[in-house]
Design a protein around this ligand. Structure first.
Ligand SMILES: Cc1cc2nc3c(=O)[nH]c(=O)nc-3n(C[C@H](O)[C@H](O)[C@H](O)COP(=O)(O)OP(=O)(O)OC[C@H]3O[C@@H](n4cnc5c(N)ncnc54)[C@H](O)[C@@H]3O)c2cc1C
Length: 400
């Protein structure tokens, strides 16, 4: 990005603090709150407006778990890591509740239901149910005929074979949640401040974050830009892959949805929001080559596929239903599906610049807790749980 003379001469000058957080999504705002509770003066710099990234463009599921089922996650990452991630997502919701998120009009306790759309998915979810019970998690199970809502009642052409229930989950309007978190900060977020460089500062321990209009100086920087990691910290570009997700909102009062649904191993998702709208998204896997990069525009092909999904899954007649909105957002994926919470090497003192992000499509459900882990590790020199040195993070081919 280039900066005009007019903007530069209207500059903010130098702003000092104890820590700078880059990015004001769920992760950055949560990190700033955790840092402030340690008594630090924190400045959050955001290139656009609060939550203008994935955090205001998601489906609002506050759901236990990660992208894979519990059984699959245990297989890929080991049972200890799966258990930790599932606990983190429970603690994420508990942490957001402690911030008062449950008092917001859009936040509701609503169980999530992972639907089995074929026998392989049913077997995997049944294994997950058993393993979750063994590990002490509360979990429910639904068979067809045991639930009266539209997905199960047979109005749709594609009927689920079974469902795994997370009884204690919740759902929200993420914009309302972010606005609420931002208001809890001691200082307003510096909006419209794109970070253009992070460099060693003049003092021995200082770092300088250069933004559109100013210089922010502090001994610690926590970068929470999720999909945009490689644009801010180029060494992360081969590791964090921006992928697009698309959604739409529709109105059809005849549909009954008792749960927030997550189907086809999480590639499709649907729920009813507190304002009555049905939000539905997914189908990304069918357009894997096209749904990459940073552009958050919708495309006719994916939107048409989501409309077909609504027809098949919910039995919606789109000539009767009203489409309220279509949108897209950029998620951050890693080769192994795990987040990154790690110091980032560079021309600064080791351990002074950290990254927390790459939530593989589950950041609303994980980032508040992950930000706490990042802050604890950065401040106390704790063990890095999801570091850059793991072999499974090996760069996958990147398509911009
Ligand atoms: C369609 C879709 C549906 C989803 N559904 C769900 C769901 O239901 N539940 C769930 O748990 N997760 C869901 N996710 C994932 C979730 O939205 C993300 O994982 C989460 O929002 C990531 O939060 P974040 O704060 O890390 O990143 P972001 O919200 O993307 O925030 C990063 C911020 O950094 C800013 N930034 C970038 N570059 C710079 C720079 N140079 N200088 C300053 N600021 C910068 C951006 O403007 C942005 O505001 C979904 C995502 C999408 C796209």
């Amino acid at each position: 990005m280039s900066i005009s003379h007019w903007r530069r001469s209207h500059a903010l000058g130098t702003v000092r603090g104890d820590a700078i957080v880059v990015g004001a999504g769920i992760c950055g705002l949560s990190a700033a709150l955790h840092l402030e509770r340690r008594g630090l003066v924190v400045h959050v710099v955001e290139r656009g407006t609060i939550g203008c990234g994935a955090s205001s463009r998601n489906a609002g599921f506050l759901m236990r778990g990660a992208a894979e089922s519990y059984a699959r996650a245990a297989e890929i990452h080991g049972q200890d890591t799966a258990r930790l991630l599932w606990r983190w997502t429970e603690e994420n919701l508990a942490g957001l509740r402690a911030e008062g998120v449950e008092s917001l009009p859009s936040t509701r306790r609503v169980p999530s239901c992972l639907l089995a759309m074929d026998e392989a998915e049913r077997d995997e979810l049944a294994r997950s149910r058993d393993m979750l019970r063994e590990d002490g998690f509360e979990v429910g199970w639904l068979d067809p005929g045991r639930c009266g809502d539209s997905i199960w009642a047979g109005t749709g052409e594609r009927r689920p074979l079974a469902g795994l229930l997370n009884p204690a989950d919740a759902a929200c309007n993420p914009v309302e949640v972010l606005t609420h978190l931002a208001h809890r900060l001691a200082r307003p977020v510096w909006e419209g401040q794109e970070t253009v460089a992070i460099e060693p500062g003049e003092g021995a321990r200082d770092l300088e974050v250069r933004t559109t209009d100013g210089r922010f100086v502090a001994p610690r920087v926590l970068v929470c830009v999720n999909a945009y990691a490689g644009l801010v910290l180029p060494s992360l570009a081969p590791l964090v892959h921006p992928k697009r997700g698309q959604m739409l909102a529709l109105r059809d009062e005849s549909i009954r949805l008792d749960y927030s649904y997550y189907a086809r191993f999480g590639y499709d998702y649907v729920r009813r929001a507190a304002d009555g709208a049905i939000v539905i998204g997914g189908c990304r896997d069918r357009f894997a080559d096209a749904e990459v990069g940073f552009e958050d525009r919708t495309t006719g092909e994916v939107q048409a596929e989501i409309e077909r999904l609504a027809e098949r899954l919910l039995g919606v007649r789109l000539d009767r239903a009203l489409i309220l909105q279509r949108w897209a957002g950029t998620m951050a994926m890693t080769a192994d599906g795990l987040p990154i919470i790690s110091p980032v090497p560079g021309p600064w003192l080791p351990g002074s610049v950290w990254f927390s992000g790459a939530f593989n499509g589950h950041g609303m459900s994980m980032a508040h807790r992950a930000a706490l882990a990042a802050v604890d590790a950065m401040m106390d020199d704790d063990r890095t749980l999801f570091g850059l040195d793991r072999a499974s993070l090996a760069p996958a081919p990147f398509t911009p």
